[in-house]
Design a protein. Structure first.
Length: 492
């Protein structure tokens, strides 16, 4: 996990665990183990971000209408495989096949793109001892626990644990199958970011959290915007869409990519959690070089100072050191009154190449403390020129065993991609993405996944398929195809 510019977030108080009143013969019981590691031997400290992340997630889980039977928090106290095994045994004690066991970890992730994804690791550390935990080791600890396991991995390169977000498409996923649901803060080739700052009133006090935990904790709340159909369930499919739109610093990765498994449940009669800012909408998600303005609107719910921070992705990295900070008062002569606001910002295009990416943060300042309220990613695409485009897929996969086909689309500049699956007759049976703006990666390309399901949600029959990718630049349409691959429905 990498550090970025100074922002500040208030710590939430960790509520005690509690047991729910059983109202059925065998109700679904939820348990959670939340692990934060801030101090390391081989990596820089992230303090107090991981500790704050654990508190944010603990508070968010307590909003779940199903009620957690037990929430165990470990902050800089787990530094070995044995200690993680012990913490898991205590946290998930008594689980049965009907239960849900959630595991969250905030730490440094380490991985080299030249190694198999199985070599990726999450660091367990207390500042004096350190252990590199692999995906297989985490699987071995959690697999014997009955019921469904939900994993939330908040670390650099965490997507490598499920074989996603890699420049090569053959990453391993030991968690494939019905028993696991996995959310990762970044692809296998990406870094994940946190912020850290000091209180203006007391410079000795530090605050911070990861971008991922900040956005995720807001999504796990009553009447969350993540619940698109407003049915009281935030499913893994809805969370995938929400994070993709509202989490800008890196690309979230999930397994499975779609699905109706409920990550969070609330009473639809509940009032929404209080937000300082809500209803953020943009006039556009794609800009062209020379288009140096960005327009958006949002609702402000209290009198507070608002800032807009523009961070540019140039030459393969986020340029945090030269971020553009704009106070709302500069645009409105200091107006801080609540209400609906429409704003237009001028983008410093000289910080971009001919194309690139811009991340917008909405930040509020109150009582000397800054807090990130929202984030959004914009793709700056070329007005003309031909994209160097190619598509690659695994030669074979077996969706009946939980496998997904990881697809790599290589492109040498930002663009919008439509990705489909074709059968041998040339019929499009599934659409993976439609005119979807690309996001910055550590390699020139984008990654997608296909679970073997067709448009109607049914399983595609065994046979040969290929990926079709389309993009349009300067009015010119390009189409490329992957090699044929085999969907097999038998045992691997």
């Amino acid at each position: 996990m990498k550090r970025l510019t100074a922002l500040v977030m208030c710590l939430v108080l960790l509520m005690p665990s509690f047991a729910r009143t059983e109202d059925a013969e065998n109700p679904v019981r939820l348990r959670a183990l939340l692990v934060g590691c801030d101090n390391f031997i081989s990596q820089p400290s992230t303090a107090p971000a991981a500790s704050s992340n654990v508190a944010l997630l603990a508070e968010a889980l307590l909003r779940d209408n199903r009620e957690y039977r037990r929430i165990v928090t470990e902050r800089d106290t787990v530094a070995s495989l044995e200690e993680l095994q012990s913490a898991a045994a205590w946290a998930y004690a008594g689980a049965d096949e009907n239960d849900i066991s959630l595991f969250y970890i905030s730490t440094h992730g380490v991985y080299s793109k030249y190694l198999p994804s199985s070599k990726a690791a999450l660091l367990l550390s207390d500042g004096e001892r350190e252990y590199a935990l692999t995906a297989q080791e985490l699987y071995d600890i959690l697999a014997p626990i009955p019921g469904t396991k939900v994993l939330i991995l908040d670390a650099c390169h965490s997507g490598a644990f499920i074989g996603k977000g890699l420049s090569l498409q053959n990453g391993d996923n030991p968690f494939a199958g019905e028993d696991f649901k996995v959310l990762c803060s970044a692809g296998g080739s990406e870094e994940s970011w946190y912020w850290k700052g000091r209180d203006d009133g007391d410079p000795t006090v530090q605050y911070g959290a990861s971008y991922f935990a900040s956005v995720l904790s807001k999504a796990l709340s009553p009447a969350s915007a993540a619940d698109k159909n407003e049915d009281g369930l935030v499913t893994i499919g809805e969370m995938t869409d929400y994070l993709y739109m509202n989490y800008a610093a890196s690309t979230p990765r999930m397994y499975p990519q779609k699905g109706d498994f409920p990550l969070f449940v609330y009473d639809t009669r509940s009032l929404p959690d209080y937000r300082v800012i809500s209803g953020l909408t943009f006039n556009e998600d794609v800009l062209l070089p020379g288009q140096n303005t960005l327009s958006f609107s949002y609702t402000l719910h209290e009198e507070v100072n608002v800032y807009y921070q523009l961070i540019y992705h140039s030459r393969g990295a986020w340029d945090f050191d030269n971020a553009q900070m704009i106070g709302d008062g500069m645009l409105t002569q200091g107006d801080t009154s609540p209400g609906r606001r429409a704003r237009t910002l001028k983008i410093e295009t000289d910080q971009l190449d001919t194309a690139g990416y811009v991340m917008l943060l909405l930040i509020t300042k109150e009582n000397g403390r800054l807090e990130m309220q929202a984030s959004h990613l914009l793709c700056v695409q070329p007005a003309e020129g031909k994209v160097q485009l190619s598509a690659h897929a695994q030669s074979a996969f077996t969706p009946s065993s939980g496998e997904e086909n990881n697809i790599v689309v290589r492109h040498d500049m930002p663009c919008s991609l439509s990705v489909s699956i074709e059968d041998e007759e040339g019929t499009v049976i599934a659409r993976i993405a439609y005119s979807q703006p690309t996001r910055p990666q550590a390699f020139p390309g984008s990654t997608f996944s296909w679970d073997g399901l067709m448009k109607d949600g049914s399983q595609a029959p065994e046979g040969q398929y290929r990926v079709r990718v389309e993009t349009r630049t300067g009015g010119e349409k390009q189409t490329v195809y992957s090699d044929w691959f085999l969907l097999q429905n038998g045992e691997t």
